[in-house]
Ligand binder design. Structure first.
Ligand code: CAO
Length: 426
């Protein structure tokens, strides 16, 4: 008969509150099967059985504060007990839960977070012990295939409730992992007024949607950003030559045209990854989103069939669309169905930036401000300066390999460096 004592569960933890007793007298238990749920002021955890056996007597009650080392159960050890279970009671009771804690910590360190769409009970790591959730909540999350470490807690101190787990699961099921925005809301901010005057204002709808969508894109897509520069000295001459007061011709429509051709050459950039079906969706159309800065925030209307339009047509459509976006005239339909997005911050400034891929697209082209730069051919003294356009391509690394990311961007650079190849009218 083993007098099972409440084992050591961590440094400086002297006692804990029993929140649930998971077995009854007479139950046959296996080694490592949870017997108790206990909460300490540092963590919530399950106390596993040190051996195979039969519970003979339970000496504590739910809600009771129990000291480390106190005998909590009597267990008749079964014949199939492992060597660990046959160790002296002291060794057994002290080593098992510590191993669980250590394993959980190790698991939390070494196992990457499971992507929401991939969450499956079989591959879920044990939640780290410092995730603030009761064992019953952890168990519920485990049972429905949710990694508790990813669930934002909405109770005091970010504690995770069963309702939080359900809300998270619901968000996953509807394909909208609202994890990040909920998490942001869940984590209480400090009281900033302690340090000075503050002003709180409600978020606009655009801000809410942008926050939710950006968090989702950022947490779902493994991003890589590739940087390059295109020599647009020739393009700049062409642009100025054809720009009129009636038709503003900027670098953006040229890039749209080049991107349309690049998407045909590199079909994996005009694709979406479907992790659920384990398939890649290749699109045969070429619709490109353009990020527009409005006084209400960022809007990304999509220009349709960019490959079939001339640069002049694209310039006109871009100007009209940007204007309509700023006048709140863009419909929901116009914001959907993009193959890829271009975001040009060059009119504002900056040397490079790392744009976030606009899910479910696979890539986004960031454009920074073109600048005149000295040009040294073969290490010789500088020739006439060249007008260089910094480009940054962020892409979904699940779908696109780094070498293809570099090839795609180089291709784009070389295409804009040969503006005489571009057909303005066709
Ligand atoms: N380098 C140098 N100059 C540039 C440039 C660049 N990359 N891009 C634009 N310019 C110049 C234009 O030629 C124009 O010059 P002039 O005033 O002398 O005619 C001026 O900057 C303003 O251009 P624009 O930005 O209005 O025009 P556009 O067609 O290139 O861009 C649009 C249209 C809608 C993309 C842009 O107005 C806009 O809203 N950009 C912001 C996008 C944004 O917020 N992105 C962030 C999203 S988060 O990733």
């Amino acid at each position: 008969m083993l007098d099972f004592k409440l084992p050591e569960v961590g440094e400086n933890i002297k006692s804990g509150n029993i929140v649930a007793i998971l077995v009854a007298a007479g139950d046959v238990v296996k080694k490592d099967q949870p017997l108790l749920e206990m909460e300490t002021d540092k963590a919530s955890l399950e106390i596993p059985s040190p051996c195979d056996g039969t519970i003979k007597e339970i000496l504590i009650k739910k809600g009771e504060d129990v000291k480390i080392g106190q005998v909590v159960m009597r267990i008749a050890e079964g014949k199939t007990s492992s060597s660990a279970a046959k160790a002296t009671p002291k060794e057994a009771t002290q080593s098992a839960p510590m191993a669980t804690v250590a394993a959980a910590k190790e698991s939390a360190r070494s196992t990457p977070a499971v992507a929401p769409s991939q969450a499956a009970p079989a591959i879920l790591p044990e939640a780290p012990v410092d995730v603030p959730a009761a064992p019953s909540v952890r168990r519920f999350a485990r049972e429905i295939g949710i990694n508790i470490a990813q669930v934002p807690g909405t109770s005091a101190g970010g504690r995770i409730s069963i309702e939080d787990v359900k809300a998270f699961a619901k968000a996953l099921n509807t394909g909208r992992a609202a994890m990040a925005p909920a998490g942001a809301a869940a984590k209480p901010l400090p009281d900033f007024s302690k340090w000075g005057v503050i002003d709180r204002r409600p978020m606009s709808n655009i801000r809410k949607k942008t926050a939710e969508h950006m968090s989702f894109c950022w947490s779902t897509i493994p991003h890589v950003t590739q940087f390059d520069k295109a020599d647009i000295t020739g393009l700049e001459q062409l642009r100025k030559k054809f720009s009129t007061p009636d038709r503003k011709l900027t670098v953006t429509p040229f890039l749209l045209k080049v991107l349309a051709a690049a998407l045909k050459t590199f079909p994996e950039f005009n694709a979406s990854i479907d992790m659920t079906a384990q398939e890649i969706v290749y699109k045969k159309y070429c619709h490109i989103g353009v990020a527009v800065d409005t006084d209400r925030g960022l809007i990304v209307p999509v220009l349709r069939d960019v490959d079939k339009k001339t640069i002049f047509q694209l310039a006109d459509e871009l100007n009209r669309t940007a204007q309509r976006a700023r006048e709140k005239k863009i419909s929901l339909d116009e914001l959907q169905g993009g193959s890829m997005t271009v975001t040009n911050l060059g009119g504002i400034g900056g040397t490079q930036f790392t744009p976030i891929v606009n899910w479910p697209e696979a890539a986004i082209l960031g454009v920074s401000r073109a600048q005149w730069e000295p040009f040294h051919a073969d290490g010789k003294p500088a020739h006439a300066p060249r007008f260089m356009l910094p480009l940054s391509l962020s892409y979904d690394h699940r779908l696109i390999d780094g070498a293809n990311g570099a090839r795609f961007l180089r291709w784009v650079c070389e295409a804009v460096e040969q503006p005489f190849m571009m057909e303005l009218e066709k």
